[in-house]
Design a protein around this ligand. Structure first.
Ligand code: GLA
Length: 742
């Protein structure tokens, strides 16, 4: 059985940590906002400070909307036994969970670490996990005595403080040991070969000056029953600069994920590290050579404004596009399928698309809706943030636009959105917002994106500064909106950030105000600019986001590429979901599939492949804007398959615009049901547990009673339902997404 399923072709193999002795520092912290050099001192009396809850930011501990400096302090005895028991005895490691945004660390009054290891200043704001290594002979360390650990934090905007989060949740002190700085790098793509093979190379590497010599155990397990499908141990030796590469090739026979573990054991020290990952499996059928017209059934634009829509269609190129019933002043480019022009008169214009190639033609009914409401279906696009963070530049945006047109626009993807980090240090003398050197020509960039038939987005804040510390639009709203329009911008993400400096404790009107101001400014321009509100869900924004004419509104804080973050956000959208409607959608934040990083260096999303199916399925059920947050220059086969499933995207893009109802919510599974325009429903059966599970919906259950056809949306095929229930065996953290029809 084992040998039949897995064939090893080559030998030669993610990140892991050995369980070292540790001293916990997860308790006893006190904190205060403000700043004083004295607070680093071991003799400072912090008795009157607040006890800190590391599970929460300081906003939720009595300092709403606070940005700026704050300090955390705790006391800890560092026993010399920690050093004695370690194999390498030279360095101490301080694991400080996550800092939001940037920090300096003082041990007994002496500065021992800063800025998360980045350069810059404390105000540069690199929120993230903190793990600092300091020499064991650093005189700041008082072995076997009480040490005072003080962390000075600067929060540039949004949430702030010392917290437990996906970026870093460990609060302890350990010795840096032989397996620290050793990693199994699993970043390479899986390669889908002929004969159903799945191959990959992984690398064992280190930055330590130690000669690693031992074994690498490669093991593949079926998560359903723990059966070991393949196991092989090989010698593995590596040193700094000379990694060990292990390549394998296994068969991929079943449509499901297996678990791979890589265990390196160093012979001399006897220490080991384990890294695990799962194997990808593709459900989306490969597009056929025959024409298929994809995308939403409707597109809205305002009268007299520039109109741009690319007819999404797959099939063997070249394709020929025709549109019957096109309102006057709109024209379609027969070779690209781009419809452009402008329509003066309000109204719904039914049109018929015909797309043909050498194999035949297809038609589709479509509505061009000219009126005040735009963004009638959720935006499908890319945003730079989850990939590049503040390191976004013109080139990365162009690469993304090119990739979108080459690989995604045929499925309806249309927006290329620049997030924070494009703004210059100062405005021009006349107050006009200008770009920084990473964006030499914003108008040129917008022209390039439009030239492809795509639309372009930008980012700002109602406050004086954005969350990344760049210039915001405070008191320049009209001017900025006009500048965006002059450049040709089609989408604005407007992020609260430092607006708390203007309105520290806003009531409901105060929360709405900055969004109304910018909405009025956008309304004075001659462009359709999709308006994306970002204020993390404050004041139940889903209840009033449509009133301030938001096309979407963020319902949560920032997402991370972890199951904890994605599932907590996604499965808590119940209260917001009923407020989704055409033109106005909940935004549970951008996608974390593919290669993400929030900065110049990227990594594969930490979501398993089943978690990624859950992510896209749930966001589609929620009618969320789908904003890809990965490196578009590097879309691996699995990620591409996730983003190009037309039947899944059709659920997101359904013209009824409804968000799914959280129909069943149990500890280990959930069922979400979304009503569709054609009278059908899309239903997600989600396994939220970490074990395989069979989930059933009785045929008499009101969610499916009266429906006779059940279609697996990912596999795009009907499911034969025998017996009295729709029953599915669902992988851990996985989903079955079904479309039911009468
Ligand atoms: C906030 C937002 C993010 C991103 C950053 C940019 O954190 O929630 O989506 O826009 O700001 O600085």
């Amino acid at each position: 059985m084992i040998r039949k399923i897995f064939i090893l072709l080559f030998l030669a193999t993610g990140f892991l940590t050995a369980r070292a002795q540790e001293v916990s520092i997860s308790k006893g912290w006190k904190f205060t906002v403000g700043d004083s050099a004295q607070w680093a001192s071991p003799t400072y009396n912090d008795q009157h400070w607040q006890a800190a809850n590391l599970n929460d930011n300081w906003e939720r501990q009595g300092h709403p909307n606070y940005d700026g400096f704050g300090w955390y302090r705790t006391k800890v005895v560092i026993p010399s036994s920690l050093k004695d028991k370690s194999y390498l005895k030279d360095s101490l490691r301080l694991n400080l969970g996550t800092v939001d945004d940037n920090d300096e660390v003082y041990l007994n009054g002496k500065l021992v670490a800063k800025y998360g290891g980045y350069g810059g200043t404390i105000k540069d704001g690199h929120y993230g996990g903190r793990s600092y290594t300091i020499a064991a002979n650093n005189p700041a360390i008082l072995w076997d005595k009480e040490n005072v650990l003080a962390v000075r934090i600067f929060d540039t905007g949004g949430d702030g403080g010392l917290v437990t989060s996906g970026y870093g949740s460990t609060f302890n002190i350990t010795m840096a040991d032989v397996m620290d700085h050793v990693a199994v790098n699993t970043e390479a793509d899986f390669v889908y070969g002929d004969n159903n093979s799945l191959s990959k190379s992984v690398k064992l590497h280190t930055t330590n000056a130690y000669q690693y010599s031992g074994t690498l155990a490669f093991k593949v397990t079926d998560p359903e029953n723990g059966t070991v499908l393949y196991e092989k141990t090989n010698p593995a030796n590596f040193t700094s600069g000379k990694p060990f590469t292990y390549s394998f090739s296994i068969a991929r026979l079943a449509k499901r994920s297996y678990t791979i573990s890589y265990t390196f054991t160093d012979t001399k020290s006897g220490k080991s590290i384990v890294q695990t990952e799962t194997t990808p499996y593709i459900l989306t059928p490969y597009p056929t050579a025959k024409v298929k017209i994809n995308g939403a059934d409707v597109f809205g634009a305002r009268p007299g404004h520039p109109f741009l829509y690319l007819i999404p269609a797959t099939g063997k190129r070249p394709l020929l596009y025709k549109v019957a019933g096109l309102p006057e002043c709109l024209k379609v480019d027969a070779a690209t399928g781009v419809i452009s022009g402008s329509v003066a008169q309000k109204g719904n214009y039914p049109v018929t698309f015909t797309v043909s190639n050498s194999l035949g033609a297809k038609t589709k009914q479509f509505t061009i809706s000219i009126g005040d409401n735009i963004g009638l279906t959720p935006a499908l696009g890319w945003n730079s943030w989850n990939a590049w963070g503040l390191s976004v530049n013109d080139e990365k945006v162009r690469i993304s636009a090119k990739a979108m047109i080459d690989k995604l626009s045929a499925h309806g993807w249309a927006y290329i959105n620049i997030d924070d980090g494009w703004e210059a240090e100062n405005r021009a003398a006349d107050g006009k917002i200008v770009t920084n050197s990473k964006f030499p020509d914003m108008k040129g960039l917008a022209d390039f994106v439009h030239g492809l038939g795509l639309r372009i987005g930008i980012y700002s804040s109602p406050g004086p500064r954005t969350c990344g510390g760049f210039l915001g639009s405070w008191q320049h709203e009209d001017q900025d909106a006009q500048t965006y329009a002059d450049w040709g911008i089609d989408y604005l993400k407007y992020d609260w950030c430092s607006y708390s400096d203007i309105a520290p404790k806003p009531d409901l009107d105060g929360l709405k105000k900055p969004y109304q101001v910018m909405q009025a400014s956008l309304g004075k321009t001659n462009r359709d600019i999709m308006y994306s509100l970002c204020q993390y869900g404050w004041g139940n924004v889903w209840e009033w986001g449509a009133d301030v004419n938001g096309n979407s509104w963020r319902t949560t804080g920032d997402i991370q590429d972890t199951w904890q973050s994605m599932s907590t956000i996604g499965f808590n959208q119940g209260p917001a979901a009923p407020h989704a409607q055409p033109g106005h959608f909940n935004d549970p934040d951008m996608l974390v599939v593919g290669k993400v990083g929030w900065g110049p260096s990227l990594h594969n999303t930490r979501l398993t492949f089943d978690e990624q199916y859950t992510h896209i399925s749930l966001w589609s059920l929620l009618a969320s804007p789908l904003l890809i947050g990965c490196d578009m220059g590097h879309l691996d086969a699995f990620t591409l398959s996730l983003l190009t499933n037309d039947e899944v995207l059709a659920i997101d893009q359904d013209a009824l615009g409804k968000g799914a109802n959280q129909y069943i919510k149990k500890d280990d599974y959930q069922v979400w049901v979304k009503e569709l325009k054609d009278g059908g429903k899309a239903i997600g059966l989600f396994n939220t547990s970490d074990k395989y599970q069979t989930i059933s919906l009785d045929k008499t259950d009101p969610a499916i009673a009266g429906y006779t056809k059940f279609r697996d949306a990912w596999q795009q095929k009907y499911i034969v339902v025998t017996g009295n229930a729709l029953t599915a065996k669902v992988a851990p953290h996985g989903v079955l997404l079904v479309r039911v029809e009468k």
